[in-house]
Design a protein around this ligand. Structure first.
Ligand code: ADP
Ligand code: ZN
Ligand code: ZN
Length: 746
């Protein structure tokens, strides 16, 4: 006998409310997760419809109390069915409860306080607003208006109250601006399009031969209705976006809808504008700054056909289009496509599943595809389309690799090499702009030698050891196998005493600049300078308007921004991401360096890139410098194959956390022993060990890694573990997380 857990109303806040029904034998083969079924409900057995979200083989209560499903609803092809199936896929593939998976996938309407909000927006063009701004911002008594106009430019709208507080303008001033037809006051509870009117595209770009070929091939495939995945591989500026837009036009003409995923950090004004100018009002944007209610409104507009193209980060994937035709994932290699909360799904894989359910297609685009993506493209699982060269015929920048060990030997212990200093001097004199990129992520965790460039590695794994500060003395630990040694005083390879953590960040770079070039104007962009809303855009637009000569920053500055004034890019310490304690460190380094290098010379003048490194011979650095993806890939895939890291095989991290250290340890060991006892052929267990961050908020974290060539085996192991845990009363409140093909180590 089978049972169906049914939710009656998915727009309610409480998705948790499920009711169990018996599936009649005659219906067993047709009732599936996502189906809409007819059920008798409540005391009077009122007939209602609901969605099956789970199928169980045991009843949750006394059998006599359960009623039977009465039939299938006619309208079972609703979008909700698809999304529930998708939630099921997420639950199964990544490990989570069905409830959490549903909440990820289905926008929940929050009970919005019925208060009407007032919004302000510009009704003049940006150009007009700009000239008004110029007029206003010189005079003290009109400064508030200037700020207000500035804030509303680029099509942004602003809540009335917030606008008043932020700019200090009075009600009167706002009313007078309204009277002059400069701004309008919108009154609604509904969130309006976050972007204003851009006017229509005047003339369409003619695709070049490669672009046309890629677009034609994809469109042909679309028309065949095969539901396949395509990879558009081309450097930044090779014209991928133009190809997307060409395909989108075709999909729209066929009456279908489109989802475009763009990493939040690249979701810039420039990108959005291009889509609006081409497709007009049917485009909508969501971003993480929207409240739940606002996001819900956007999703409703998509559902009722007002919006046909949804652009946004990861969560836009769940836009409830009834008739989805295409999902595009730009910069598909980006780490942001992987959720860092349970369920830890990857948007690329979920997109492919959603497309399968909807009979839609997927286009992935990147200048530096994820190793696993390119692997699948070469195997023919994805169709590969290459766009060689930059569409606008601009040449790639010239790249210099500077060996920082030689600098040290010649007595230069500065952050900047002599080469970089000289070039900076030259650019400042010519009034050209400079970007300095510091890859700070993980900068404090690994130890390396400044003389020979060695990062201290685990003898059993190809990863760097991580410094653990302990009262009894610092230790170096391997996060993959648990190996550990005392922190050495001298480099194990060359015996120099210059070993230690990299201790520099963006702030030190800024300081150094002000010593060397006191005249230069510098902007800094990192986590600390971008905490408030709008900081990020302000810094970028200020740099873009050439209000500064140098922009110093972390990876935030290298993603997708076009600054035509930049002719020099300096990468201060290219190695910093190289020896992170996980198998993807090399891939990430290559991607970052390639992107950073691509920032130079976007304008008419040729650009130069300086990569400072202690490992000038490292494959990732050399291949990034020559912008040679194939060479990087060939080397990297060899390493993955050798070590059976993804995509050569599947990997699953199991994270066990508890506030009781002993308990967490005991559970972890218990699970490890049980997994080993299964004797599954080819299953490789690494650990158990403490997580790299072994304690967060007084919760102790342990981790077990499992590898197997066949990912499905790992899913089975996961399901077995979940079942086992449910059986042990002591484990009732255990916190356990699964992460498939983790992008970062724990
Ligand atoms: P990508 O998405 O690969 O970074 P884009 O589509 O943004 O590339 O194109 C980069 C620049 O080149 C844009 O300014 C775009 O307008 C321009 N461009 C793209 N294709 C063509 C073309 N066929 N002819 C002229 N300019 C083009
Ligand atoms: Zn050394
Ligand atoms: Zn190890």
């Amino acid at each position: 006998m089978l049972f169906a857990n049914v939710i009656v109303d998915i727009s309610l806040e409480k998705l948790d409310k499920t009711f169990q029904y018996i599936i009649p034998e005659t219906m067993e083969s047709i009732v599936k997760v996502g189906c809409r079924v007819l059920i008798p409900f409540g005391k009077g057995d009122r007939q209602m419809s609901g969605y099956v979200i789970e199928i169980a083989d045991k009843p949750c209560m006394d059998l006599t109390k359960l009623k039977e499903i009465k039939g299938m609803s006619e309208k079972s092809v609703m979008i909700e069915s698809q999304l529930i199936s998708l939630a099921w896929f997420i639950k199964e593939t990544y490990g989570s409860t069905m409830n959490k998976a549903l909440k990820t996938v289905i926008p929940i309407k929050q009970s919005v306080k019925g208060k009407e909000k007032k919004y302000l927006r510009l009704i003049v063009t940006d150009e007009e607003a700009h000239s008004l701004y110029e007029k206003y911002h010189h005079r003290m008594n009109t400064k508030g208006r200037a700020i207000l106009l500035y804030e509303l430019m680029n099509g942004k709208s602003m809540e009335y109250e917030i606008a008043r507080q932020k700019t200090g303008v009075s009600d009167q001033v706002i009313r007078s601006l309204e009277k002059q037809n400069i701004i309008e006051i919108g009154r609604s509870t509904v969130y309006r399009n976050p972007v204003g009117d851009f006017g229509k595209e005047t003339e369409k770009i003619r695709l070049n031969d490669e672009q046309q070929k890629a677009a034609d091939n994809i469109i042909e495939d679309l028309d065949r209705g095969k539901g396949s995945t395509h990879l558009v591989f081309g450097v930044t500026g090779s014209g991928k976006t133009e190809v997307y837009m060409e395909v989108i036009e075709h999909v729209l003409a066929a009456g279908k809808d489109i989802i475009v995923l763009i990493p939040e950090i690249s979701l810039t004004f420039q990108t959005i504008k291009r889509f609006y100018r081409r497709f007009g009002d049917i485009v909508s944007i969501i971003n993480s700054k929207l409240s739940q209610g606002e996001k819900y409104d956007q999703f409703e507009r998509a559902k009722n056909g007002e919006v046909k193209i949804m652009i946004g980060p990861r969560s836009a994937l769940f836009t409830p289009f009834q008739n989805l035709g295409l999902i595009i994932i730009d910069e598909e290699h980006e780490g942001a496509y992987k959720s860092d909360m349970v369920p830890k799904y990857h948007a690329r894989e979920v997109a492919i599943e959603r497309a399968r359910l909807a009979g839609a297609n997927v286009i992935l685009g990147s200048a530096t595809p994820a190793v696993s993506t390119y692997y699948k493209a070469l195997k023919g699982e994805y169709q590969l389309h290459q766009l060689p060269g930059r569409a606008n015929q601009r040449s790639l920048p010239h790249v210099d690799i500077v060996d920082m060990r030689e600098e040290l030997e010649s007595g230069n212990r500065d952050i900047f090499s002599n080469r970089l200093k000289k070039l900076m001097e030259d650019r400042l004199a010519k009034n050209e702009q400079i970007m300095l990129f510091m890859n700070r992520r993980g900068y404090s965790s690994f130890v390396s030698c400044r003389k020979c460039g060695e990062a201290i590695k685990c003898p059993h794994c190809d990863v760097s050891l991580t410094l653990h500060k302990k009262r009894a003395g610092d230790r170096l630990v391997c996060h993959y196998c648990g190996y550990s040694i005392e922190m050495p005083k001298f480099c194990p390879k060359c015996e120099s005493k210059y070993i230690g953590r990299f201790g520099m960040g963006t702030e030190q770079i800024e300081e150094k600049i002000s010593q060397l070039f006191p005249e230069a104007k510098t902007l800094r962009m990192d986590f600390d300078t971008t905490r408030a809303k709008g900081d990020y855009e302000r810094i970028l637009s200020s740099f873009c308007n050439r209000e500064a000569d140098i922009l110093v920053g972390t990876q935030m500055i290298v993603k997708g921004h076009d600054f035509s004034g930049v002719t020099l890019v300096g990468i201060i310490a290219a190695d910093l991401s190289l020896f992170g304690a996980d198998y993807m460190a090399g891939e990430r380094t290559f991607q970052l360096l390639t992107q950073a290098a691509g920032r130079a010379g976007r304008g008419d003048k040729e650009g130069t890139v300086v990569i400072q490194t202690y490992n000038p011979d490292h494959v990732c650095i050399k291949t990034a410098a020559s912008q040679n993806y194939e060479a990087f890939y060939n080397n990297e895939i060899g390493y993955r194959m050798l070590m059976s890291y993804p995509p050569a095989g599947g990997m699953m991290a199991i994270l066990i956390s508890d506030k009781n250290e002993d308990f967490a340890g005991r559970v972890t060991n218990d699970l490890a022993v049980r997994i080993e006892k299964t004797n599954i052929e080819g299953l490789h267990l690494v650990g158990p060990t403490k997580a790299a961050v072994s304690k967060i908020n007084d919760i102790y974290r342990n981790v077990i890694y499992l590898k197997h060539v066949d990912e499905k085996i790992l899913i089975k192991v996961k399901n077995a573990i979940v079942k086992y845990i449910e059986m042990v009363p002591e484990y009732k409140d255990l916190s356990i997380q699964f992460d498939f093909n983790p992008m970062w180590s724990y």
